[in-house]
Design a protein around this ligand. Structure first.
Ligand code: PLP
Length: 413
C-alpha cells in the first residue's frame, strides 16, 4: 500500500511525459478512461445539474448514510429487482467511492491474518486487472492462478481456467475476478461461474465479481452474463465506465453477512461516498436514461471500435510476426500476444514511447507465482491497447505498433 504498483508508475510516466512536452503529439493507447461519447456526457451533465438544483443543500452540505443515500439505495434495489427478478433490499447494497475501494474493502475484510491463520486473495484466472495487486496489506497475500493458454485459428488465443489448481488452494479468503476481463476481454461462462461458486461455497468465502465492463452497464460485449444472485457472490458495479470515472462512485450487492461489514468499513474509513453524484445516479437509474444511453450509444460505440481495432491489427501487423489476439468477448481493450523469442513487453513499451505512442506492457497483469511459472515467457510477451481512444489515434497507433514489431524482429531496435 505504501508504494505505487508497476502499472501506476507507467501511468505516471504517461501523464508526466505528455504534460511536460506540450509541443509533441502523443498517441495514447494506454488509457483506462472510458471513451468520450457526447450523448453520455450530456446525460450526466443533465442529471448532475438537476441534482445540483434540487439536492445540493440537503446532500452536499450535510453528512449522510454510510450505506449510501436512501434515494440511490432505493433506486438500485428497484432496478435490480425489476431487471433480474431478484428479491434484494437495502441491507444487500452498499455504495462506495468507486469499485476499486469496494474491492479493497472486501479484500481487507475477508483476506489476510485473522483468528490464527492467514488467508489469501485468490485471482482465479491470470491475467487480470492490475489494480487488484494493490488490494492486499500482507506481502505475498495475493495468489494468482495461471491459465491454460489455448491457441486457436485465425491468430486467436484464449485463456482457460485451471480449476484443479483453484480447488487445490487451501487458504482462500476471497476469490476475485473481472468479467469481461481487463485486460483480455474474456467473459466468464455460466459453467465456469458455477465452478467458481462451488469453490467459494466449499471454502465458505465470498466470490467477488467485478462487473466494471459488464451487465447491466456499460454492457460492453456480446457474451455477457447477467449478474447472478447467490449467498456467496458479491457483485460489484461502477459508474466509471459509463462516463463518470472522476466522480468515484460504485456499489456492491451481496448477502447481508458480507455487506453489513462493508458498510461498517466505509463508516470507519471514509464516512460515506460523495452524495451529489449519488443523487445524479439515482435519477439516471430511475428514469431509464442510463439504460437508454447504454443501448443507444455505449454498446454500439465499443462494438464498432472493436471491429475497427481488429481490422486494423489484421491488416497492419507483419505476417512474419507470431502475434495473436485474445478472443475478446467484451470490455474496452485488445490484448495482444507476440509469441516470438525476441519480443519483450518492457522493451516494446520503450520503443513505442520513443515513437510517441503509449501502450501498456502485459507483465503488470500477472501476479508473480510462488513456485515458478508454467507460463514461461508468456507474461512478458503481451501488451494491451485501449479501444476508447479516438479513431485517428487508434489508426495511427496500430501502424506504429506494426512498424515497431518489424524493427524489433529485424534487430534494428
Ligand atoms: N475494476 C476494473 C476491472 C477496472 O478496469 C477498473 C478501472 O480501470 C476498476 C475496477 C476501477 O473502477 P473504479 O473507477 O470504479 O474504482
Amino acid at each position: 500500500m505504501a508504494s505505487a504498483s508497476g502499472l501506476r508508475r507507467i501511468m505516471e510516466d504517461i501523464a508526466i511525459t505528455t504534460s511536460s512536452s506540450p509541443g509533441q503529439r502523443w498517441l495514447n493507447l494506454g488509457i483506462g478512461n472510458p471513451a468520450s461519447i457526447p450523448e453520455v456526457t450530456a446525460i450526466w451533465q443533465r442529471m448532475t445539474a438537476e441534482a445540483l438544483r434540487v439536492n445540493f443543500a440537503s446532500v452536499s452540505c450535510r453528512y449522510g448514510s454510510s450505506r449510501g443515500t436512501p434515494e440511490l439505495i432505493h433506486a438500485i434495489v428497484n432496478y435490480f429487482n425489476k431487471r433480474y427478478d431478484w428479491n434484494i433490499g437495502p441491507q444487500n447494497v452498499v455504495v462506495g467511492p468507486g469499485s476499486q475501494m469496494l474491492c479493497f474493502i472486501a479484500a481487507a475484510l475477508y483476506t489476510g491474518p485473522s483468528s490464527g491463520r492467514s488467508t489469501n486473495l485468490v485471482i482465479p484466472l491470470l491475467p487480470d486487472y492490475t489494480g487488484y495487486q494493490g488490494l492486499c496489506m500482507t506481502p505475498g497475500g495475493i495468489l494468482g492462478i495461471e491459465p491454460d493458454v489455448q491457441r486457436a485459428t485465425g491468430r486467436r488465443f484464449r485463456y482457460q481456467f485451471d480449476f484443479l489448481a483453484l480447488e487445490r488452494q487451501k487458504d482462500i479468503g476471497m476469490i476475485l475476478l473481472s468479467s469481461p476481463s481487463n485486460p483480455s476481454g474474456r467473459c466468464v461462462t455460466s459453467d465456469e461461474l458455477e465452478r467458481l461458486i462451488y469453490a467459494a461455497e466449499t471454502a465458505d468465502v465470498p466470490l467477488l465479481i467485478d462487473n466494471a465492463y459488464g451487465e447491466p452497464f456499460p454492457s460492453i460485449g456480446d457474451a455477457l452474463l447477467a449478474p447472478i444472485w447467490h449467498r456467496n457472490v458479491i457483485n460489484c458495479f461502477t459508474m466509471s465506465k459509463v462516463g463518470l470515472p472522476g466522480e468515484r462512485i460504485g456499489f456492491a450487492i451481496g448477502d447481508e453477512r458480507y455487506l453489513h461489514s462493508m458498510v461498517s468499513f466505509i463508516a470507519n474509513s471514509a464516512l460515506h461516498a460523495p452524495q451529489l453524484v449519488q443523487m445524479a445516479v439515482a435519477r439516471a437509474l430511475d428514469s431509464g436514461d442510463l439504460d437508454a444511453v447504454v443501448s443507444s450509444a455505449i454498446r454500439p460505440f465499443y462494438a464498432e471500435r472493436r471491429k475497427l481495432g481488429e481490422r486494423l491489427l489484421h491488416s497492419a501487423l507483419p505476417a512474419s510476426v507470431a502475434w495473436r489476439l485474445h478472443a475478446s468477448d467484451g470490455g474496452m481493450f485488445s490484448w495482444i500476444w507476440v509469441e516470438d523469442d525476441w519480443f519483450d513487453d518492457g522493451a516494446f513499451y520503450q520503443i513505442m514511447r520513443d515513437k510517441g505512442v503509449f501502450i501498456v506492457p502485459g507483465r503488470y497483469f500477472f501476479v508473480e507465482p510462488e513456485n515458478g511459472s508454467r507460463l514461461g515467457a508468456h507474461a512478458r510477451q503481451c501488451f494491451r491497447i485501449s479501444l476508447s481512444t479516438d479513431e485517428a489515434t487508434l489508426r495511427e497507433g496500430v501502424c506504429l505498433i506494426a512498424e515497431a514489431l518489424a524493427e524489433m524482429q529485424s534487430g534494428k531496435s
